[in-house]
Design a protein around this ligand. Structure first.
Ligand SMILES: NC(=O)c1ccc[n+]([C@@H]2O[C@H](COP(=O)([O-])OP(=O)(O)OC[C@H]3O[C@@H](n4cnc5c(N)ncnc54)[C@H](O)[C@@H]3O)[C@@H](O)[C@H]2O)c1
Length: 351
């Protein structure tokens, strides 16, 4: 049996649970919007499947129910914020809103937010800027899963970054990636299915490359492109952790740890293109850019060249219309979760 939920119903389910958990309707809507956006973009590892983890952390006293975001310092277009250990999605939406407002005033803005939590997909926030006709850059540090290049102890997170660039007739360009070769989740799937992993995905506890998924899980994921991804992850950790006076390296709390706050940070930059070139002209140039990439010669066997974010945008259009397929395991997990809040997940599904 195929289980389908429409995006607005998934949003309602998440919002209803969060409101019952004591989150305000407005804040619950923000969190729901980010999680559903991940699912419709096809990034299911960061959508509805994460809801229980956030609720658990609230109930363990590791995330505050009532969000706060205060200024630590503000100089011109640069803002340092304290997220007061609120839900990451709420803090990140509010931080990006401030970054966009500052960029409207100054042409550019830099907002660094510390003392916060996992915010889900980074693209949601860079796209807030591109939807406002600006270029958005966002990065965050995360709990350690990756050894430095040449090392064997997990010191760095899969620290993602994203850049969103507005187009006119085309979808905005949205680059959004982790700085590890693959998400650890993919190695977990291989281990569950008893399959080998490709060489280069992970190293064993001694730092040796392995194709054994279980050894890879005992070891660490590898950085994207060896020393290059390692370097990117390290820079992101410094911008997001050190600059925001939050934790960095292996001090960051894991989402799964039941006794430690995450205390991580975000670093956001917004650029209003009109300080360099009129926005309508800029967007048309981005359209031209996209047209030229897409019409460039394809390699043998390739049917279409995609821009960063294009596959996710196509997926969004499809799933906004057809609904999101819920895997059976997630269905049962949400059914059980809903029961704890006297909410029936079935009421939200497509009949
Ligand atoms: N908050 C956190 O702690 C955290 C940590 C790591 C990752 N993430 C999120 O996980 C998500 C997945 O990250 P990922 O690295 O697995 O992404 P991915 O490998 O699926 O995609 C990376 C980028 O490549 C582009 N891309 C993929 N296939 C393409 C193709 N054929 N042609 C052109 N472009 C293509 C995508 O549009 C995307 O911009 C992201 O949203 C990221 O922000 C979050």
């Amino acid at each position: 049996m195929t289980i389908i939920i429409l995006p607005n119903k998934e949003k309602q389910f998440i919002r209803d649970i969060l409101v019952k958990e004591g989150i305000s309707d407005h804040d619950a809507s923000d969190v729901a919007d980010v999680l559903v956006s991940a699912d419709v973009r096809g990034i299911k590892s960061h959508g509805l499947s994460r809801l229980k983890k956030y609720l658990d952390r609230i109930n363990q006293g590791l995330i505050e129910r009532t969000p706060q975001l205060t200024e630590i310092s503000h100089k011109g277009n640069a803002l340092l914020l304290d997220g007061h250990n609120s839900l990451g999605q709420i803090t990140a939406v509010q931080s990006m809103t401030k970054a966009i407002d500052l960029a409207k005033e100054y042409g550019t803005s830099v907002v660094a937010t510390g003392n916060s939590n996992h915010f889900g997909i980074a693209a949601y926030y860079s796209m807030m800027a591109s939807k406002a006709g600006m270029i958005g850059f966002v990065c965050t540090n995360t709990s350690p899963l990756m050894a430095p290049f040449g090392g064997k102890k997990a010191m760095l997170g899969t620290n993602p970054f994203t850049v969103a660039i507005p187009a006119d007739k085309h979808h905005d360009i949205v680059l959004d990636l982790a700085t590890s070769q693959v998400a650890r989740g993919k190695i977990e799937v291989a281990a569950r299915e008893g399959q080998k992993i490709p060489y280069g995905w992970a190293v064993d506890p001694e730092g040796r490359p392995t194709t054994d998924a279980n050894e890879g899980l005992k070891g660490t994921v590898t950085p994207l492109g060896g020393p290059k991804g390692y370097g990117m992850s390290l820079v992101i950790d410094i911008l997001s952790g050190v600059l925001t006076r939050s934790d960095y390296l292996e001090d960051i709390g894991s989402l799964s740890a039941t006794n430690k706050k995450q205390n991580l940070g975000y670093f956001m930059v917004v650029i209003d293109p009109s300080i360099f070139v009129e926005t309508t002209v800029f967007k048309k140039m981005i359209d031209d850019y996209i047209d030229r990439i897409k019409s460039s010669p394809k390699a043998q066997g390739v049917e279409e060249i995609f821009l960063p974010g294009e596959i996710e945008a196509n997926m969004t259009e499809k799933q906004e219309h057809d609904g999101i397929e819920i895997a059976e395991g997630l269905y049962h997990a949400m059914k059980t979760l809903g029961e704890a809040y006297h909410i029936d997940f079935d009421d939200y599904l497509q009949k």
